[in-house]
Design a protein around this ligand. Structure first.
Ligand SMILES: [Zn+2]
Length: 261
């Protein structure tokens, strides 16, 4: 029985060197200062109950997309004692390739996703190359197979999925993007995933350039602040600062796994 107080972890698995101008819609187009991107998955855990939030991409995808692959997400999970083969619940913030790969690693899992995200990645907008670019068809097909295996749990809007753990529709960056709110020993933490790529997106109120709906992105920043106990309780989806602002889960995991709770 869960106490409704969860541990929360961010696990870094990949990296991408990029410039600041690539990270803001409406920012300075000449800003060539470095602003690298990290790639994470997250885990919330309370006793025996484990929810994996997003599943990352694999090495082949990293190569195809020119990302530095640092550690396989399945191996990253094992460093904190989570065996993907035994995970029963995976929450997918959205279906982009860097959040919804590796689905074969979780043979027992149910997948929690917003109605609108499944509609989006299998519907009309995918006729546009620009819109389907961040999706990987194999991930989408895997989810359709999971659906027909009875392993998809749909959410619409905001829903509590366990005591002290809920999902919240944002949209914005992807049509059906959701973030996760979790009660921890230090209060309510929001795992924003791509509702905020960087702290600076929220601080400057500027969207990340790839977006389905800019207005929803900006409203999402407000929503994250409303749901979290403070700005320090919002965990952006791709910011290397996460590993500086939060303590390492263990000394040997410094720079890899942060404790967010
Ligand atoms: Zn992402």
């Amino acid at each position: 029985m869960s106490t409704g107080i969860w541990e929360a972890y961010a696990l870094r698995y990949a990296h991408h060197r990029r410039m600041a101008r690539e990270n803001f819609l409406g920012g300075d187009p000449h800003d060539e200062s470095p602003m690298p991107m990290d790639y994470f998955l997250w885990v919330v855990r309370s006793g025996e109950r484990v929810y994996v939030v997003d599943t990352g991409f694999d090495e082949a995808t990293a190569k195809a997309r020119g990302r530095d692959f640092l550690r396989a997400p399945g191996e990253a999970l094992k460093t904190i004692g989570v065996d993907p083969a035994n995970v029963e619940d995976v929450i997918l913030s959205h279906m982009h390739y860097d959040h919804a790969g590796n689905l074969g690693l979780f043979p027992k899992a149910r997948y929690h996703i917003q109605d609108r995200e499944m509609q989006f990645c299998t519907g009309r907008y995918m006729t546009h190359a620009h819109m389907r670019f961040p999706f990987a068809v194999d991930d989408v097909v895997a989810m359709v197979r999971h659906l027909y295996d009875g392993r998809v749990v749909f959410h619409s809007g905001d829903e509590e999925i366990a005591l002290g753990l809920s999902v919240h529709f944002v949209g914005g960056h992807s049509m059906g993007l959701q973030m996760v709110r979790v009660r921890t020993r230090r209060g309510w933490v929001v795992l924003a995933a791509d509702a905020a790529h960087y702290y600076a997106n929220m601080e400057r109120d500027l969207a990340y350039p790839f977006t389905y709906n800019i207005g929803e992105v900006l409203e999402g920043y407000r929503r994250a602040h409303a749901l979290a106990d403070s700005a320090d309780h919002i965990v952006p989806g791709h910011d290397p600062l996460v590993l500086q602002r939060y303590p390492a889960a263990r000394a040997d995991l410094e720079g890899w796994v942060a404790r967010l709770d």
